[in-house]
Design a protein around this ligand. Structure first.
Ligand code: MIG
Length: 849
């Protein structure tokens, strides 16, 4: 009782009064500008008479990769960037074009694509562009587009097609195919399949979010479509940063539209038909993540906030000495700062940050600190002073109020009235990046960028007004255009700064907001979720869809941010998230601590073993991260990615794949001790019992509290490490290869990727890829051969492997490594494995006859 009361009082003190006056001042200030700048509203779809469409085609011309199609009301520029990638750009003579239309794009520039062949065919009705992969037809009578495969099947077609509204907004209407499912659109709060809802494109701080709340922190105008029983898959990247919307069949059944309040109608069309191909192309266009340091894959512990120093030291000791739970990173939330001033320390709470961090480093911990977007408007604060001197803050427009230059925009956030750096300016990004010097000098290992939608205190969704000015990469524009990329550019400024400050280390930035392409700069977490079972489930469609949009390195606040998790909820959530890229427990200022031991036994013991499993899987997970950095293929994958032709996977969002080997089916119901799992085609081993099961099938599996339903795909080789307390203890010389044999004649090619886990040396070839070829014969298994081929010059200092073959319960007749008999070969602890100890080998052969 007393505890709750003091928490409450603390809450009121921290959150309430300090900013009330600033809020009022802010509201008054806004009024003056709002009178002059009414916010544009997107017209309702019914006012179609106000739409200007291309009209009919009057001619076409080709120049390089671009075909210009002249229409009565303007022209299309169709640019073939790759055989499966065409950019569609419609420009019409409307009366109100936004002055800085399309000034911002993250996409790879046209010049960087190798030229690719295509030809133009003209018939009576259409002009057709044909590549080696697809055809794009423009109807002469209407200017509507249809994308077809080379056999003439429809991939995607315009309904009313593209148009501009006379007042500025752009919109494009497409036909929805009968069995079409949609994916993508960034961070959303609904099912895996996006069809049947409307989504706003406007990054928003929801403070906390529930099912179907829209929009939230990180929108992406990236849509994937899948239809014709999985035979057709494509992607659309609508390259427009203005406030917009995707309507996937709500205002008109069978019609999908995307549009924005300004800018131009410009989108990239990407053909699969495999969605994996779409993602690979899309991430070639907008960028891929770089490999994070290995410690980022460890367990992270956070709360709002751990302070003072003694509390942080106790937390570290709790992990290492009291509860013996592995952990790699402690996060410091806003209370480490002096009055929420970014790049400062509260010296009463943290008298010697460098000393604390050095000690934490010695115990194997890394430290991540939060940095918000707003800079306190305080003449005695060095960052504010420097920002004013360097003129880095977003400004009000010049509206003749007599002040020249116009005053800086000011709005209240945690520290009170704040200025907002204009991250769309390269000059400001350089300034911002250098501010981190004090933190990196103190030893801080990574940065967590928050409130960068940007969020301003006020009613939910308050941000900078549309009329605030931005540099927009030198093209000068307003917040209406800059808003959605603000968070991404903040993360970019942070990462670029960290890379300058520590040239040999890989930089770590976690961002709350972002936009298409943010994956090249930062990882993200799914913001302010709730401590309930709906939220636990929701994490899956969120993380899967973010991955489909190219942003793979994400994860939720384990246990939930708002509200109080029960021990059971936390334990189940943790079991799921050890298979997500980013594993962090975090909670709200009002909530009790959410640490793996917070609920005592049996939860502590289970949570410890769960986190230990995460650490044992690091070599496997890191390999999966590397694949993602190479191709964009996400780490957490909906089952439809590898099983696109299995329609049962198209809406499946309560289970997922992690990398090539694991199928994870978390328990999402309170009190449940079993659950039904869908296994797609092939053989799947129950991870806990080694029982092989055949799909496609639904199976009911046991799931007592300590057990996550988990399956391994036959044909996998899963490299695992011994237990460790933190990543620095990883001993690469002690790897175990878990072999899950395929059936009768199966041949698979799994991988292991390794490097120093820390520096950029990998870019100079200092890495090692071990390519396995696993061939098996007979059912039951009679012959197994595992070949190893090593590439790259990184030396993990290994002299052998332990090899565990799963799903067999007889000792082999012979077992050899490069022709030499293997001495150590025994039945495993479980009766369904055999265990071999071998030196380095090129070919391991095992026979049962
Ligand atoms: O207005 O820094 O999403 O993770 O703990 C809330 C305090 C500000 C929101 C973040 C949350 C963080 C909190 N922040």
């Amino acid at each position: 009782m007393l505890n709750t009361l003091s928490l409450l009082l603390r809450g009121i003190r921290e959150l309430g009064l300090a900013t009330t006056w600033d809020s009022i001042a802010y509201q008054i200030r806004q009024k003056r500008y709002q009178i002059r700048f009414a916010r544009k509203q997107l017209p309702r779809p019914s006012t179609t008479s106000d739409y200007l469409r291309p009209g009919h085609i009057i001619g076409h011309a080709r120049q390089g990769q671009t075909v210009t199609i002249a229409c009565t009301n303007g022209s299309y520029a169709l640019t073939v960037l790759a055989p499966d990638l065409i950019r569609v750009h419609l420009q019409l003579a409307t009366s109100h074009q936004h002055p800085a239309s399309n000034s911002y794009s993250i996409a790879k520039s046209d010049a960087d694509w190798p030229s690719c062949d295509f030809y133009i065919v003209e018939t009576e009705d259409v002009i057709e562009i044909r590549t080696s992969r697809l055809a794009c037809q423009v109807a002469k009578a209407s200017g509507r587009l249809t994308f077809l495969d080379l056999e003439g099947n429809i991939i995607n077609e315009d309904e009313a097609g593209a148009c501009y509204h006379l007042a500025g907004p752009v919109i494009c209407h497409k036909r929805i195919q009968p069995d079409e499912h949609f994916y993508g659109l960034g961070e959303r709060t609904s099912t895996l399949d996006r069809r049947g809802r409307r989504y706003e494109m406007w990054n928003t701080d929801p403070q906390t979010y529930q099912l179907d709340q829209d929009p939230i922190h990180l929108c992406m105008p990236v849509l994937l479509g899948l239809h014709s029983r999985g035979r057709q898959g494509y992607g659309i990247f609508f390259d427009n940063t203005f406030r917009g919307q995707f309507d996937l069949g709500t205002s008109q059944a069978g019609v999908a539209s995307f549009g924005a309040e300004g800018g131009e109608l410009c989108y990239y069309f990407i053909y699969g038909p495999a969605l994996t191909t779409v993602i690979e192309r899309y991430t070639e266009l907008t960028g891929r993540m770089t490999l994070p340091p290995l410690w980022v894959l460890g367990y992270h512990q956070s709360r709002w906030s751990y302070y003072p120093e003694a509390r942080v030291r106790k937390l570290a000791a709790d992990f290492r000495e009291v509860y013996h739970v592995p952990c790699d990173c402690i996060h410091l939330d806003i209370h480490y700062m002096d009055g929420y001033r970014c790049f400062t320390w509260d010296r009463a709470r943290f008298p010697n940050p460098a000393g604390l961090i050095t000690d934490l480093h010695e115990q194997g911990f890394k430290v991540i600190v939060i940095i918000d977007a707003g800079i306190k408007a305080d003449p005695d604060y060095w960052v504010c002073q420097s920002g004013l001197e360097q003129d880095v803050f977003c400004k009000y427009p010049d509206v003749g109020l007599g002040q020249r230059p116009s005053p800086n925009f000011k709005g209240p956030v945690w520290p009170g009235a704040c200025y907002f750096p204009d991250f769309t300016s390269p000059r400001v990004r350089a300034w911002w990046g250098d501010l981190y010097k004090g933190l990196t000098d103190a030893g801080v290992d990574g940065v967590w960028n928050d409130m960068n939608e940007p969020a301003v205190f006020g009613p939910q969704g308050t941000t900078l007004p549309d009329f605030v000015r931005h540099d927009m990469e030198g093209q000068s524009s307003d917040h209406a255009e800059a808003h959605n990329v603000y968070g991404m550019q903040m993360a970019r400024a942070t990462v670029e700064g960290l890379m300058r400050l520590r040239t040999d280390e890989r930089a770590v930035c976690i961002t709350r907001s972002g936009w298409a392409g943010v994956q090249r700069y930062a990882m993200s977490w799914t913001g302010d979720n709730e401590a309930n079972w709906d939220s636990l489930w929701l994490t899956m469609p969120m993380v899967m869809n973010l991955g489909l949009c190219g942003l793979a390195n994400t994860g939720p606040d384990v246990g939930g941010f708002s509200g109080f998790a029960t021990g059971e909820l936390f334990t189940r959530w943790l079991q799921m998230v050890i298979f997500f890229p980013f594993l962090r427990a975090h909670t709200n200022i009002h909530s009790p601590d959410q640490e793996p031991w917070s609920w005592g036994e049996p939860y502590l013991g289970i949570n410890r073993r769960t986190i230990e499993l995460r650490y044992r899987l690091l070599p496997y997970l890191y390999t999966t991260f590397w694949q993602c950095a190479q191709t964009g293929l996400p780490i957490v994958r909906p089952l439809l990615l590898p099983f696109q032709n299995d329609t049962a996977t198209h809406t499946l969002d309560d289970q997922f794949l992690c990398g090539d080997a694991f199928l994870v089916a978390p328990v999402i119901e309170e009190g449940a001790t079993s659950r039904s799992v869908y296994l797609p085609a092939g053989v799947w081993y129950n991870f806990w019992t080694d029982e092989p099961l055949s799909g496609p099938s639904h199976v009911e599996v046991e799931a007592p509290l300590e057990r996550l339903p988990l399956f391994v795909r036959a044909g996998s080789v899963v490299p695992m490490a011994p237990p460790m307390r933190y990543v620095g203890e990883l001993m690469a010389d002690m790897l175990t290869l878990h072999v899950y044999p395929g059936r009768g004649g199966a041949v698979t090619a799994p991988l292991l990727y390794e490097d120093d886990g820390r520096t950029w040396a990998l870019q100079d070839g200092d890495y090692r890829i071990t390519r396995f070829t696993l061939s098996t014969d007979g059912d039951p298994l009679s012959h197994l051969e595992l070949r190893c081929q090593v590439e790259g010059r990184y030396e993990p200092g290994r002299c052998g492997f332990e090899v565990v073959i799963h799903g067999v319960d007889r000792l082999p007749h012979t077992a050899t490594a490069d022709g030499q008999p293997i001495e150590q070969c025994e039945l495993g602890d479980s009766s369904h494995t055999i265990r071999l100890h071998v030196g380095l080998f090129k070919c391991l052969a095992v026979e049962w006859v």
